[in-house]
Design a binder for this molecule. Structure first.
Ligand SMILES: C[S@@+](CC[C@H](N)C(=O)[O-])C[C@H]1O[C@@H](n2cnc3c(N)ncnc32)[C@H](O)[C@@H]1O
Length: 230
C-alpha cells in the first residue's frame, strides 16, 4: 500500500506503528476508527474487514484519508469529518480503534496549527481518551472490542480502571519504552512539574484492549427503541 501525508495532518509515528502491529479483524467485522490522520490504520483494517468508518475533526485528515483510499483502490471505507462518535450516533461496531491525542498540555495553550489537535489533550492528557472510554459501550456490539494506544504521560492505569468499571475485560496487548518525542521534550519542564515523567527522557507506549465481558452487549444509555444495529 502507498500513503501520502498532506500538510496539517499527523504523519504516522511510533504510536501509529505500534497499534498497526496489533490490528486484528475478521472479514465480517464493521470497524470504527476515531482520529484517522492520513488513514493508515483505517485503510489497513479495510483490507480485511467488511466495512470501516473513520472519523477526524481535522478536515485535512479526512481529505488525506480519502485520497489514500483512492490511491490504494479501497472502497469499503467511509471517512467523516466530525467529533468522535457524533457522526455515527446510534450505530454499533464490532471493533473500535484509536490512537487519540494524549500529550498533557499546559492550560491556556494556544494552537497555531490544526495539526496540534493530534496530540494536545488537556492538562492531564486525558481530554479525548476519557470521552472515548465513557461512550465506547454504546457503540459496540456484543463481544465488541476497543483497542487503543496511549502513553504513560496520560495515566495508563486510569484507562484500564475506567474500562473495567464500564464492564470491559481489559488486557495490555503491547508495551514499548520510547524516548520522548519532540512535543513532549518541548514541554519537559512543565511535564516534570506535573509529576508525570519517570525522571528520565522516556515514556511507555501501551496498546490496551477492552472486550465486552460475558458476550453481552453492553448496557446502553440510549432509549432501547432507538438503538440501530449495523
Ligand atoms: C495521534 S493522531 C493519530 C492519527 C492516526 N490514527 C495514526 O495513528 O497515525 C490523532 C488524530 O485524532 C484526531 N482527533 C483529535 N481530536 C479528535 C476528536 N475529538 N474527534 C475525532 N478526531 C480527533 C486528530 O486530528 C488526529 O488526526
Amino acid at each position: 500500500m502507498v500513503f501520502d501525508v498532506f500538510p496539517h495532518v499527523y504523519p504516522p509515528q511510533t504510536d501509529s506503528f505500534l497499534l498497526l502491529k496489533h490490528l486484528e479483524t475478521k472479514n465480517s467485522d464493521t470497524v470504527l476508527e476515531l482520529g484517522v490522520g492520513c488513514g493508515l490504520l483505517a485503510l489497513c483494517l479495510a483490507k480485511k474487514a467488511k466495512a470501516v468508518v473513520g472519523i477526524d475533526t481535522n478536515p485535512y485528515s479526512v481529505k488525506n484519508a480519502l485520497h489514500n483510499a483512492s490511491l490504494n483502490g479501497i472502497e469499503n471505507v467511509h471517512f467523516i469529518n466530525g467529533d468522535l462518535y457524533e457522526p455515527v450516533c446510534q450505530r454499533r461496531f464490532d471493533l473500535i480503534y484509536a490512537n487519540p491525542p494524549y500529550v498533557p498540555t499546559p492550560p491556556n495553550w494556544i494552537e497555531t496549527d490544526i495539526i496540534e489537535s493530534a496530540w494536545n489533550a488537556g492538562a492531564n492528557g486525558r481530554e479525548i481518551l476519557d470521552r472515548i472510554l465513557a461512550n465506547a459501550k454504546d457503540y459496540l456490539k456484543a463481544n465488541g472490542r476497543i483497542v487503543l494506544v496511549q502513553s504513560s504521560l496520560a495515566d495508563i492505569d486510569k484507562t484500564m480502571a475506567t474500562l473495567e468499571h464500564n464492564g470491559f475485560c481489559v488486557r495490555v496487548l503491547a508495551e514499548e519504552k520510547e524516548r520522548l518525542g519532540p512535543i513532549s521534550m518541548g514541554r519537559y519542564g512543565w511535564l516534570e512539574r506535573q509529576g508525570v515523567l519517570g525522571g528520565d527522557f522516556y515514556e511507555r507506549l501501551v496498546v490496551v484492549e477492552g472486550k465486552i465481558e460475558n458476550g453481552q452487549e453492553a448496557e446502553s444509555s440510549w432509549p432501547k427503541n432507538q438503538s440501530v444495529m449495523l
